[in-house]
Write a protein that binds this ligand. Structure first.
Ligand code: 1HE
Length: 267
C-alpha cells in the first residue's frame, strides 16, 4: 500500500490512483499490466475510497488506465478458493460496489476497451456511463465455468434485461460500443480518447446540483423504482417534500423566478 499523494488522506493499493480536481474525485483502476483485473486489494481499496470520500467531493469519475477499462475478476485468485471463501469474496464485491451505488456522491464511469465480467459489474454500479468508441462488453463467466459475483445478477437485468444477460452469459455474445449505447449500457458515446473529459464535464454538472436532489436521485429513486407502486408513490411524496423544503431548493427556485437562473435548453 502506498499513500496517495493526491489530496485524499487514505492509503490506496498500487492498483488504484486517485486525483482531486476541485470538488470532483477521479479514481483510476491502475493495473494496466493485468488489464485492470480486480484482485482483493483493489476491491478493498475501492470500498475504502468510497467509504472515506470527503464531504467536499460532490461527484466521482471512475476510469481505467491503459488500453482497457477492466478485465473483471483477477482469475489468478480463483484457483485456490473454496465455496465458503467464494461466498465471502462475492460479498466483499457487493460491499465495495454498494459503496459506489449508494455512497456519498454520484459516480460517472468512463469505459473503453474491454469492459468484461466484473468490469461490467462495477460499471453497472455507477450512476452514469460514458463509453469511448473502443468499448466492448462481455460476460465471459460462462466460458470460465463461473458466475457473476459482483452484483451483476441484480444490476445488469435492470440495465439491459434478463434475456440479454442470459444470451451474453450462455453464448459469450459481445456487444460493441454502439450496440452497448443502443441497449442502454452507456448513456453517452464519445470518440476514442474523449471519455475522461466528457466524464469530468458531466461530473461537474452533477456537482452543481443541490445535494438533496443528488441524494434523492441516487438513493431514493432506485428504491422507488424497485418498490410496489403504492409504496413508491408515498416515498416519492416524502422525498419530494423533503427536497422542496431544503433551503438550497428555495434559493434556486427564487433565483429562477427572479430571472437569475439558467433556462432549460436543448443540449
Ligand atoms: C488477467 C486478466 C484477468 C488479463 N485476471 N489476469 N475476465 C475474463 O475472463 C477476461 C480475461 N481477459 C481477457 O480476455 C484479455 O486479457 C483482455 C481481452 C481483457 C485483454 O487482452 P490483451 O490481449 O490486451 O491482454 P492479455 O495478453 O490477455 O493480458 C495481459 C496480462 O493481463 C496477462 O498476464 P501476463 O502475466 O501474461 O502479462 C493476462 O493473464 C492478464 N490478465 N485479464 C487475471 N481477468 C466477482 S465475480 C466476477 C467474475 C468475472 O469477472 S469473470 C471474467 C474474468
Amino acid at each position: 500500500m502506498s499513500k496517495s499523494a493526491s489530496g485524499f488522506d487514505l492509503e490506496l493499493p498500487r492498483s488504484l490512483k486517485a486525483e482531486r480536481r476541485g470538488d470532483i474525485a477521479v479514481l483510476f483502476l491502475a493495473r494496466a499490466q493485468k488489464r485492470n483485473a480486480i484482485d482483493d486489494p483493489t476491491v478493498f481499496g475501492i470500498e475504502a475510497f468510497f467509504a472515506a470520500l470527503p464531504d467536499a467531493i460532490k461527484a466521482v469519475v471512475l476510469a481505467g488506465e491503459g488500453e482497457h477499462f477492466c478485465s473483471g475478476l483477477d482469475l489468478g485468485e480463483l484457483t485456490s478458493r473454496g465455496i465458503a471463501q467464494g461466498i465471502a469474496h462475492s460479498r466483499s464485491w457487493h460491499r465495495a460496489f454498494e459503496r459506489i451505488e449508494f455512497g456519498k456522491a454520484p459516480v460517472v464511469a468512463v469505459l473503453h476497451g474491454a469492459v468484461v465480467g466484473g468490469g461490467l459489474e462495477i460499471a453497472a454500479a455507477c450512476h452514469i456511463r460514458v463509453a469511448e468508441a473502443s468499448a466492448y462488453y462481455a460476460l465471459p463467466e460462462g466460458s470460465r465455468g463461473i458466475f457473476v459475483g459482483g452484483g451483476g445478477a441484480v444490476r445488469l437485468p435492470r440495465l439491459i434485461g434478463t434475456a440479454r444477460m442470459m444470451d451474453m452469459m450462455l453464448t459469450g455474445r459481445t456487444y460493441g460500443a454502439e450496440e452497448g449505447q443502443a441497449i442502454g449500457i452507456s448513456h453517452y458515446l464519445v470518440p476514442p480518447g474523449a471519455g475522461l473529459a466528457k466524464g469530468i464535464e458531466l461530473a461537474e454538472r452533477i456537482a452543481g446540483n443541490a445535494p438533496m436532489t443528488n441524494f434523492a436521485v441516487t438513493h431514493v429513486l432506485p428504491r422507488i423504482a424497485a418498490a410496489d407502486p403504492a409504496g413508491g408513490y408515498v416515498t416519492e411524496a416524502l422525498i419530494s417534500a423533503i427536497a422542496q423544503g431544503d433551503d438550497e431548493a428555495k434559493a434556486r427556485l427564487k433565483a429562477f423566478l427572479e430571472k437569475r437562473a439558467p433556462k432549460t435548453v436543448r443540449n
